[in-house]
Design a protein around this ligand. Structure first.
Ligand SMILES: CC(C)(COP(=O)(O)OP(=O)(O)OC[C@H]1O[C@@H](n2cnc3c(N)ncnc32)[C@H](O)[C@@H]1OP(=O)(O)O)[C@@H](O)C(=O)NCCC(=O)NCCS
Length: 436
């Protein structure tokens, strides 16, 4: 148990360093506030604040509004997926937003010595940070006090963050005419994240799992992939569509990473932010794991990946010195500082051949296509250097290469210099692939 704790803490430390001083916008629904586990979520949010993250919380208040409407035997009308807020509904919106705000502030003020909040001393700032305008009349329907974000007072929010305060924003906005408008919390969170140039937007979802409409968990997406999912998958839940389109939109406005996280298990925020693989879906404009040419700083990471395979006799032994000299031949896939896959390409220019070697994927990341991606990348590199045949010497992965177009060959098909180095004791299979 103690060892697990130490490992866990050490593994989290790169993220603790990386997140300090960054600005995160966290959006949570009114249902999250009404949930009995809400205090635990608030404790985790307080911990993020304690770790030096500048936090802007945007909350929803839908169930709280509906509760008040019910008490008045009233209803919020929805037309074309948009709510119509009349003056009776607006009164409920104002009450609900006020009460949710007070509830969150109260929880963030907890300080009893037996709670995780002990010593947190969080100051919360709320205010007129959002200017709104009515969405107006659409298709002949007047949506009355339902509004949209017109402007965000970035300077005011930044001032609060500089002062060390957590900023709390309700799903409301005020107009220059002095009116109040009912807004969507997700829209407000997206607009705030884009306006302040947040480092991350975190959208906590009420869905149990975030799936792609075909039952597969969403993990990493680019804005284009999110658009395609929304357009193609009819089965995608409405909330997932809304979160994906908001994430894609803010990404295009410069917010590098938006995390979509189902809030339906304990500690999701901590798992998402302080573990390498997280628990939610990440939308970012760059592919998450990029293949790149290895640098000298990668030597330790590559060694950590290949040494266990060398000990098992699966890969040929390479010393640190050799690896340092040959580092320019290596390609790596890095995820948050860990080398999760590597491969090397050694050209034999005279023979117009190249050796593919040292293909290794971290055991936790196998069967996810990294091996394939590395091989295609090296094929492209080889073709650009006018190489027309690849070869590989392998003891245990011959089928993997054969399924990717390599054919059995003989030692005599290898370039002369390589033939001299062939280790007959190791008895590796020689496989060759003609590049088209
Ligand atoms: C071989 C290796 C690089 C594949 O990487 P990967 O990222 O897991 O592979 P991909 O995700 O692209 O492909 C997975 C497919 O290959 C299959 N596969 C994996 N290893 C295999 C092997 N040794 N022989 C045959 N097929 C294999 C998987 O079963 C899976 O097939 P499926 O999709 O039909 O289920 C990886 O298993 C590894 O690092 N092995 C140890 C090192 C090694 O042997 N390197 C090659 C010598 S240079």
């Amino acid at each position: 148990m103690a060892d697990n704790f130490i490992d866990w803490f050490r593994n989290a430390s790169p993220y603790i360093h990386a997140h300090r001083g960054k600005t995160f916008v966290v959006a949570l629904s009114g249902a999250a506030v009404a949930d009995q586990r809400f205090p635990s979520l608030i404790h985790d949010i307080a911990l993020l604040h304690g770790l030096g993250i500048h936090l802007i919380l945007v909350h929803g208040s839908r169930p709280q509004i509906e509760e008040r409407l019910q008490l008045r035997s009233a209803d919020m009308e929805y037309i074309n997926g948009l709510r119509v807020t009349d003056s009776a509904a607006l009164a409920c919106v104002k009450e609900a937003a006020g009460s949710v705000r007070v509830e969150i502030e109260a929880l963030l003020s907890t300080a009893s010595s037996n709670s995780p909040m002990s010593g947190a001393h969080i100051r919360v700032a709320s205010g007129n940070f959002v200017t709104a305008m009515p969405i107006g009349v659409r298709d002949g329907i007047d949506y009355l006090y339902t509004g949209e974000v017109r402007r965000i007072d970035v300077a005011a929010i930044e001032q609060q963050l500089i002062n060390g305060n957590m900023v709390l924003i309700p799903p409301l906005g005020y107009s220059p005419t002095g009116e109040v408008f009912n807004l969507s919390a997700v829209d407000v969170a997206g607009a705030v994240a884009a306006a302040v140039g947040a480092d991350k937007l975190i959208l906590l979802s009420d869905e149990k799992d975030l799936k792609d409409g075909k039952g597969r968990m969403l993990t990493h997406l680019t804005p284009a992939q999110a658009d395609a999912l929304i357009a193609r998958r009819k089965k995608l839940p409405q909330e997932t569509k809304l979160l994906l389109s908001t994430a894609a939109c803010v990404c295009r406005k410069g917010v590098k990473r938006t995390h979509l996280v189902s809030r339906n298990s304990d500690g999701v925020l901590l798992k998402e932010l302080f573990t390498r693989d997280g628990v939610g879906a990440l939308l970012s404009s760059e592919p998450y794991d990029q293949i790149r040419q290895a640098k000298i700083d990668d030597v330790a990471g590559i060694l950590a990946l290949i040494e266990p395979l060398e000990r098992e006799g699966i890969l040929m032994r390479r010393s640190r010195e050799i690896l340092e000299t040959e580092i320019n031949h290596f390609f790596v896939v890095e995820r948050d500082g860990l080398i999760i896959a590597c491969a090397a390409l050694y050209p034999y220019i005279k023979e117009e051949m190249a050796e593919v070697a040292c293909v290794a994927v971290h055991p936790e990341y196998r069967n996810s296509g990294y091996g394939d991606t590395l091989l295609s990348h090296m094929q492209q590199q080889a073709q650009q250097s006018s190489i027309n045949r690849l070869f590989v010497l392998t003891t245990s992965s011959s089928h993997w290469f054969q399924e990717r177009g390599f054919k059995q060959g003989e030692v005599k098909s290898l370039p002369m210099t390589k033939r001299g180095l062939y280790n007959y004791q190791r008895n590796s299979r020689v496989l060759l692939k003609k590049l088209e």
